[in-house]
Write a protein that binds this ligand. Structure first.
Ligand code: GLN
Ligand code: ZN
Length: 758
């Protein structure tokens, strides 16, 4: 019998039960035991969904984050969060979320740093290390869940993060080397594995996704050391990798003394046969054959075509699983009753993906005839998607084929453009602007909701949004800002807003995926060739411009960001999808220009997020990503000013690519780094205008005038003053007007002081 197993299941719940339970608990509306009850129920439900598997994961469930759970298990929570007041759960949440002195519950403390989990949109809490880090095993959580699973008759496989990846994910808080902690860490791991064995675990899934990244010799050596130490543990270890190819680490992974290895056969398909050849005959090879990162049905027949010979070769040593944890996909397609039935038939969420896994295993064990009906239905669904005119639009294919390098090329260099733009716009030195959105009040949200639900007709909706735009323009004029925006009241999300108006997108109702803690996102589903039937933003922007003599900045989301924040097609390279998006955004840009809009901002908030895991693959990604941006932006006349915005603060390693975008103005996040990140721009001699953020919109603090001038002076040490803009870090939609007004007053006052001092 082919062993089937799963690496992890979404824990948020099909109805986001965990989110609501967590938030109720944090708000003081429900007790710790009520929260735990929800957690127990969710785990039971999840195991039930995984009931047909040979082995189901245990310990993949988390109340906040699986890395923070591992830190708890290893007794490595930051000391600052320790307290003799409050429960252990309270301590856990203090690390996860921080706590300010004003909170009624105990102990103010700043949160652990949060960062992206490999190349996904999930965020984990970074483990903290120092020279005197001590590990102190606390196996309770795992043992309890293991007992829970076993009591429910689940064939349980505990899941833990491996020691090398655990260190790799963390950061030193002093000048020590975290790899030096490995021997101490391994003692805790050995003890943990013993405890799990005592509690009845036969297999333990030990995740080492760090193996798909570029590891230097010290880290590679750490792998060898770690697994030679752990090989005496009384359990079988399944060394688990995902999200990419092993490449130069493949041989190393094969040789580690473990009982089996899991390979992501979706992203590392080319390594499957080599691994099957190299793996010693006593080891299990688990293949991740169902994509755990997208929402599409697997082509089961095609998968069997390449799996059957492998099964013949490996026999019972071949295990099947999804490519990675299903954390990254929505829970259940069953609930999507209002989705277009044709497109729905192409999709699989977590539950459906496990069904697919079972069909594959059955076909391998009992022959394809045993699942003939299922395979036929799958074949039809795949064929329907492949042949659908809704997926393939010949006009889009023609436009794409007609792309030439000139399409991404401005007519003249920046030095010429900037003069023409200045003649047209007549901006003062240190021009002030914002990043696009203004506070999204409950009232605005209600208006949008009422319109969506049909309680407000189109005319009334337009009127209400126009009122909001008018208010926003009036406020900006009173504040004395130089370049105004319409405020984005009509947008609920910077990707969804555009997706809804593009051909080629559908939207799920419940397709939530955890981003961090209780926060979930519902990525739109890009299923087909992208086209733009109608202008998407022109009317709103034109209306806003009609209310003011100041220049108004049109506001768009860029192609790379739309791509990176959507579930996208797997039937063509990401590059092609991105270029299609670029052509659609380009049409919008040109329409805005035609409507007389002199400044257009194209946000690329997620450009950096799309970087591949290995630095050696960055160039290829940046090449097409930057090309896509250039195609979207650079069709305009010289006197039209293109802005872009990015909300992160790491530019050093991609500054060349950013410069190649050739935006006339880039606004970036800087206020928290005290302008130090501008060193990257200075060192590179970045040629165009820059607006370094001077107001940290993520914090409730309101900047003072001298803080802003101070930051700008620091900026001017790095970038010539005549190329500097003054603006907040990011959009203002999450702030209140009571905060935004005084903050922007300070920004404008500071700009005036700077001009006066020139
Ligand atoms: N224009 C968007 C806004 O102001 C940009 C948001 C972002 O970069 N995340 O909200
Ligand atoms: Zn931003």
């Amino acid at each position: 019998m082919t062993v089937t197993h799963n690496l992890g299941y979404p824990r948020i719940g099909a109805r986001r039960e965990l989110k609501f339970a967590l938030e109720a608990h944090w708000n003081g509306e429900s007790s710790e035991s009520a929260l735990n009850e929800t957690a127990v129920k969710l785990r039971a439900q999840n195991w039930q969904h995984q009931g047909n598997l040979t082995l189901a994961p245990v310990g993949d469930f988390s109340l906040y984050d699986q890395v923070l759970d591992m830190s708890t298990t290893l007794g490595n929570l930051p000391e600052r969060a320790a307290s003799d007041k409050g429960s252990t759960l309270d301590e856990y949440f203090r690390v996860a979320r921080g706590r300010s002195p004003g909170d009624s519950a105990c102990c103010s403390v700043h949160a652990g740093e949060m960062t992206k989990w490999f190349d996904t949109n999930y965020h984990y809490i970074v483990p903290e290390f120092s020279a005197d880090t001590r590990f102190n095993l606390d196996p309770e959580r795992l043992l309890e869940q293991l007992a829970e699973a076993r009591a429910q008759g689940v064939a349980a496989k505990p899941v833990i993060i491996g020691p090398v990846t655990y260190l790799w994910l963390g950061k030193e808080k002093d000048d020590s080397q975290r790899l030096d902690l490995l021997p101490k860490l391994l003692l805790a791991y050995s003890e943990l594995l013993e405890k799990l064995a005592e509690a009845g675990a036969e297999w333990v899934q030990i995740d080492e996704p760090a193996l798909v990244t570029e590891l230097d010799s010290e880290w590679r050596h750490a792998c060898i050391l770690a697994y030679h130490e752990l090989k005496v543990a009384p359990v079988k270890l399944l060394l688990t990798t995902y999200f990419g190819e092993l490449r130069e680490n493949l041989q190393l992974a094969c040789e580690l003394p473990v009982a089996g290895i899991h390979l992501d056969a979706i992203s590392a398909r080319s390594e499957v046969s080599q691994l099957a050849d190299w793996l010693p005959p006593h080891k299990v090879l688990s293949l991740g054959v169902i994509n755990g990162r997208n929402v599409w049905k697997t082509d089961l027949n095609a998968t069997l075509d390449w799996l059957e010979p492998l099964r013949d070769k490996l026999g019972e040593r071949l295990w099947l699983a999804p490519s990675c944890s299903l954390l990254h996909v929505p829970v259940d397609l069953e609930r999507e009753t209002s989705l277009d039935p044709e497109i729905r038939n192409w999709l699989a969420f977590a539950r459906q993906k496990l069904d697919e896994l079972n069909i594959l295993a059955k076909a391998l064990d009992a022959g394809r005839d045993a699942v003939a009906g299922e395979l036929e239905a799958n074949r039809e669904a795949i064929a329907s998607r492949q042949g659908s005119p809704r997926v393939h639009n010949p006009a889009v294919a023609r436009a794409q084929a007609a792309i030439t390098p000139e399409l991404g090329q401005r007519k003249s260099p920046f030095s010429t453009r900037t003069k023409l733009q200045q003649e047209r716009l007549q901006l003062p030195k240190f021009p002030t602007t914002t990043i696009g959105s203004f506070p999204q009040t409950t009232e605005i949200r209600q208006v949008r909701r009422a319109f969506r639900q049909g309680d407000l007709d189109q005319d009334e909706y337009t009127k209400r949004i126009q009122e909001e735009i008018a208010y926003c323009i009036e406020q900006q004029e009173t504040l004395g800002l130089d370049v105004l925006v319409h405020g984005e009241a009509e947008r609920n999300d910077m990707v969804e807003y555009f997706g809804e108006q593009l051909e080629g997108y559908v939207f799920s109702r419940f397709g939530w995926v955890q981003s961090y803690g209780s926060r979930c996102v519902k990525p739109p589903i890009l299923f087909g060739d992208i086209s733009r039937p109608n202008a998407m933003t022109v009317d709103w922007i034109k209306y806003a411009q009609s209310l003011t003599d100041k220049p108004l900045k049109g506001m768009l989301t860029g192609p790379v960001t739309i791509l990176n924040w959507s579930f996208v097609r797997d039937d063509q390279p990401r590059k092609d999808t991105c270029l299609q998006l670029a052509l659609a955004v380009r049409e919008e840009v040109l329409d805005l220009e035609k409507a007389g809009v002199g400044i257009i901002q194209i946000d690329e908030a997620a450009l950096r997020e799309g970087l591949p895991l290995r630095q050696s693959d960055w160039e290829a990604y940046l090449d097409w990503a930057i090309e896509a941006f250039r195609i979207s932006a650079n069709g305009v006349k010289d006197e039209t000013q293109i802005h872009t915005h990015m909300c992160y603060s790491e530019f050093n390693d991609i500054i060349g690519a950013i410069a190649r975008m050739d935006a006339d103005v880039i606004t970036i996040e800087t206020s928290r780094s005290a302008m130090e990140l501008l060193d990257a721009f200075k060192g590179f001699e970045y040629p165009n205008d820059i607006g370094p953020g001077v107001y940290d919109i993520h914090s409730p603090n309101i900047p003072q005038v001298d803080q802003v001038t101070d930051l700008m002076h620091k900026a001017a040490e790095r970038i010539p003053a005549e190329r500097l803009w003054v603006n907040p870090d990011c959009g203002l939609k999450t702030r209140r007007w009571e905060e935004v007004t005084p903050a922007l007053e300070a920004v404008v006052a500071a700009a005036r002081e700077l001009r006066a001092a020139q």
